[in-house]
Design a binder for this molecule. Structure first.
Ligand code: C2E
Ligand code: MG
Ligand code: MG
Length: 560
């Protein structure tokens, strides 16, 4: 029998009892009680009994509701233990069916919202590929499930020149390009693994223009190398993007388990290191991780750490290399060059640490040290009668700092050194890339007396038009031009043309790394204004430099 029916029957019985008791009390009162008062009391007792029985009968459904509500409370509290699946309790469904349906609908809604949120947190919204978190947990799982002796592989794919597309065509187009790249990656991987019984590779977008592919089961390293080559080729083909033909490329790093790592994290690190090698070798290629790369990487990490400590321990020092006028044969300035007095290795040259400092961004802090050291040095030299100009090198990473020139001005003002005593050397690429706003700032500095030079001209990407528009005083020819001018006619033709071009736009020409009298003679004949090189003097530390300048300030007479 259904509970509802049983309840109805029991309520009916209770009502009958109430009616019968009331009848019995009334009969007793009529037949046996003589006093009017006694009859009244009997009637009240009969009525109260009847009322009590009716109340009990009417209260029965309410106590059922109370029990149902208590059961519902228990059900809701079960959420604390993670129960989002159990339906509303039967007692609620029986007594309050609408409430039960609403509770069930609510839990269904919560479950689907959680599933959606989960999906959103697992996939990259642009490419719909798994994101970093999802990739790591899935790859972890696949690696853990792999049978003993299985080889796995990790590819790290980083796009070349993606930032340029994003910057020039906007983020919406950048996103479109990422979708196309993701599709090409899928196509390459699917072409290899469709129809294969092996576990399928996992393609993911880690962040920005970085993608990873995890291969849980590979046949051989050669197989993955072939796929890496295909990926490089696929990404190097032009992308058609809203009537633009876009050429980017991919740098790919490859790591194999168990040789290069046995966890997803170590494989990703190894593939990342290999990818960096591919990128620094020019991009558009793949590299496989190996012990040499690991050692180089460790060396870089050590250098980075040591550079940070070097700043704190004041281990940097400046050397000064004189510059000579080819017209007068006199000293006409000097360049401050950075040295690192390494506690173990001794004096280290910039080539061994500037690239790491550039890559890590530490060069900005080191550059600030150079600026304040130059200001302090010039302040002291000026007091003892030195009146020449000192040039120093500026890294592109320094120029990127918005307050760079403001702070530079402040530093020299605080040291009471006029800006006419300094020259800023920008590398060619920095000079070509700086924004219009920074160019204006540089022009302001120049108007206040600072001299502006482009360093190592002719090796990078030179926008000749910049020579006309950039606030500029001197251009330093790259040493690679000077090396061959004695013996190579073509080198002489190029240097002559460059000198004419530079002088034609109103700038002075400085030739660097001049080592022989013959080179200096040729350069003078070609109209070069200034030379810097071992023929004149090497870079010297302060004391030696001051002694050198005090002892004549003249070049070897045969050069002048
Ligand atoms: P750079 O600014 O072009 O400096 C000229 C380099 O040529 C110096 O090397 C100098 O010692 C070297 N040199 C001078 N004369 C000769 C010569 O006759 N023959 C040869 N073979 N080389 C000569 P150094 O001091 O090793 O500096 C190398 C580069 O490191 C510099 O090239 C510059 O790009 C960078 N650098 C040096 N100091 C700083 C600095 O304070 N900040 C930044 N950002 N870069 C710096
Ligand atoms: Mg320089
Ligand atoms: Mg140079």
């Amino acid at each position: 029998m259904k509970a509802g029916t049983a309840q109805k029957i029991s309520n009916a019985i209770l009502s009958c009892i109430a009616g019968f008791a009331s009848f019995v009390f009334s009969l007793i009162a009529l037949l046996y009680l003589t006093e009017f008062d006694e009859k009244i009391v009997a009637a009240v007792v009969a009525g109260a009994f009847c009322l009590l029985i009716s109340y009990v009968a009417s209260e029965r459904p309410n106590s059922e509701s109370a029990r149902a509500l208590a059961a519902l409370g228990d059900r809701l509290l079960a959420v604390e233990d993670g129960d989002l699946v159990s339906p509303a309790p039967d007692s609620v469904r029986r007594t309050m069916p609408k409430l039960a349906a609403a509770v069930d609908a609510l839990f269904t809604e919560v479950r689907s919202s959680i599933a959606n949120a989960h999906a959103l947190g697992m996939y990259d919204p642009v490419t719909s590929l798994p994101n970093r978190l999802h990739f790591r947990s899935e790859a972890d799982k696949l690696l853990g499930e792999a049978a003993e002796g299985t080889s796995a592989a990790m590819l790290f794919v980083d796009l070349d020149r993606f930032k340029m597309v994003n910057d020039s065509l906007g983020h919406a187009r950048g996103d479109q390009l990422l979708i196309m790249v993701a599709n090409r990656l899928r196509v390459v991987v699917n072409a290899e693994f469709d129809g294969s019984a092996r576990s399928r590779p996992l393609v993911a977008r880690l962040a920005g223009d970085e993608f990873t592919i995890f291969f849980p089961e590979i046949v051989s390293v050669a197989e993955i190398e072939r796929i890496a080559r295909r990926i490089v080729a696929a990404i190097s083909e032009s992308f058609e993007l809203s009537s633009h033909s876009i050429d980017i490329g991919a740098s790919v790093g490859l790591a194999v388990a168990p040789d290069h790592g046995t966890s997803v994290e170590s494989l990703m690190r190894a593939a990342d290191i290999a990818m960096y090698r591919a990128k620094s070798a020019g991009g558009g290629q793949y590299w496989q991780f190996n012990a040499t790369l690991a050692a180089e990487h460790q060396e870089q990490i050590d250098t980075e750490k040591a550079l940070t400590e070097a700043l704190q321990r004041d281990e940097f020092v400046l050397a000064f290399q004189p510059q000579m006028s080819l017209v007068t044969g006199e000293l006409c300035g000097a360049e401050a060059l950075l040295r690192w007095n390494h506690p173990r290795d001794g004096m280290r040259f910039p080539a061994s640490f500037i690239p790491v400092a550039e890559r890590t961004g530490l060069i900005a802090e080191i550059g600030e040290w150079v600026v304040s050291e130059v200001a302090g040095t010039l302040s002291a030299w000026r007091a003892s009668g030195f009146g020449d100009r000192l040039s120093f090198n500026i890294s592109p990473r320094q120029v990127e700092r918005p307050d760079f020139l403001f702070r530079l001005r402040q530093t020299f003002a605080d040291a009471e050194v006029p800006l006419s005593m300094i020259e800023l050397e920008f590398t060619e690429s920095a000079a070509m890339q700086v924004s219009e706003a920074i160019l204006e700032d540089i022009a302001g500095l120049r108007a206040q007396g600072a001299r502006i030079a482009i360093d190592d001209f002719g090796t990078g990407y030179s926008n000749i038009a910049r020579l006309r528009t950039m606030p500029l005083d001197r251009v330093k020819l790259d040493p690679s031009f000077i090396v061959d001018i004695e013996n190579d006619e073509k080198a002489r033709v190029i240097v002559q043309a460059l000198i004419q071009l530079i002088r034609g736009v109103g700038c002075e020409v400085v030739a660097e790394a001049v080592e022989t009298v013959a080179q200096a003679d040729i350069l003078r004949a070609m109209g070069c204004d200034t030379v810097q090189g071992f023929i004149f003097a090497p870079a010297m530390f302060e004391e030696e430099f001051l002694a050198w300048t005090a002892s004549g300030r003249r070049a070897d007479k045969s050069v002048a």
